[in-house]
Write a protein that binds this ligand. Structure first.
Ligand SMILES: C[S@@+](CC[C@H](N)C(=O)[O-])C[C@H]1O[C@@H](n2cnc3c(N)ncnc32)[C@H](O)[C@@H]1O
Length: 333
């Protein structure tokens, strides 16, 4: 059976996922309705007990395991619930049951830190401003592209690349300096090289110190820098920043014009997972597609999407939203 690539199917995900062939999906990424939080006009989420709710989600998880490829990934985002002023830890109960009952490993719990949580202040508790994303895999051979993820981690690449004036003031300062013609030539050459490094996102930035312009000596601890300054008439200090990718994603809750969906996750957040866990033309399934955030992220990053949602209004909105995104490249399937 052919995959319904790049379509959003309106219906019950428990029925629709059964039509997806085994081992055909690279990534399942989704955010199911949270336990007793909202009524989306039917569907799951308003079961009487947490265990009833979890049983339903676990049945879906079994299908997710079936449809993903052996090197595939599964990412589930869930929110928590207070009952009688006490947190139920529903997301954590879910993750524990998944690893207990499904042939899956839990690679990470990635925390989405909301920069703009709903501004409600409680008298005797703090405002919840995080949600977990659980990353599960079927085998240790799961697809993982840390390089592409890290490139995205450094938006400075784009920013610096777009800034055509980066470091240009130093060219003028080299000319104004008392360096010898040879020193000036070397200075210009090294300056061009370091500007390229910034534009390529390899370093955060740099400082150039030119003798006579930035006159102050480095002092006793400078060592090699002072030697470079004495010999070449300049020295360049590279700023590397901190490239460690942590299990935290800080991002604001999005609002999209015209959306009537109350619980959208940010497209940029989905893109982070797409870059880490898939490559171009891979197939991504979201069984609870809602307003289409996963599909939008896929279209923007040249991945194929398949989405389900029970609510026809959300399906229609998602389709409309997708029409405004730059078209997907020709299908290779
Ligand atoms: C938390 S929302 C997903 C929001 C989505 N991530 C977004 O960014 O818009 C959960 C969605 O699941 C849908 N839903 C609930 N039960 C369903 C079911 N059995 N089958 C398919 N969709 C269902 C709801 O209509 C709702 O849009």
């Amino acid at each position: 059976m052919n995959l319904p690539l790049n379509s959003i199917l309106c219906g019950d995900c428990f029925d629709l996922i059964r039509t997806i062939p085994s081992n055909s999906i690279n990534l399942v990424i989704t955010s199911p309705p949270y336990f007793q939080q909202r009524d989306y006009g039917g569907g799951i989420g308003n079961e009487k007990t947490v265990s009833e709710y979890l049983e339903i989600l676990l049945a879906l998880m079994a299908e997710c395991v079936r449809v993903i490829k052996d090197d595939g990934n599964i990412v589930f985002n869930l929110g928590d619930k207070y009952e009688d002023s006490s947190l139920l830890l529903v997301p954590h109960q879910f993750a524990l049951e998944v690893v207990r009952r499904c042939p899956l490993k839990l690679v990470n719990l990635i925390t989405w830190v909301k920069r703009n949580p709903t501004p409600r202040q409680f008298k005797r508790r703090l405002v919840s401003s995080t949600e977990p994303f659980f990353h599960f895999v079927k085998s240790d051979q799961y697809y993982y592209d840390m390089d592409s993820f890290m490139a995205n981690e450094r938006p400075r690449k784009e920013r610096n690349g777009a800034d055509t004036r980066v470091g240009t003031r130093y060219f003028e300062l080299i000319e104004q300096s008392n360096l010898t013609p040879e020193q000036k030539q070397l200075g210009r050459q090294k300056l061009i090289e370091v500007i390229q490094e910034v534009k390529a996102g390899k370093i955060e930035g740099f400082r150039m110190k030119i003798a006579g312009i930035h006159a102050e000596p480095f002092g006793g601890q400078a060592g090699g820098r002072q030697i470079q300054l004495d010999k070449n008439g300049f020295t360049i200090i590279r700023i590397y920043g901190n490239p460690i990718k942590r299990d935290v994603i800080e991002m604001s809750v999005e609002s999209v014009k015209g959306s009537n969906h109350p619980a959208m996750y940010p497209v940029a957040l989905v893109k982070e997972f797409l870059l880490l866990l898939t490559q171009e033309n891979d197939v991504v399934l979201d069984p609870f597609m809602g307003s289409g955030s996963t599909a939008v992220a896929c279209k923007q990053t040249k991945r194929h999407y398949i989405g389900f949602d029970l609510n026809p209004e959300y399906c229609a909105f998602a389709e409309k939203r997708l029409q405004e995104i730059i078209p997907h490249p020709p299908l290779l399937f």
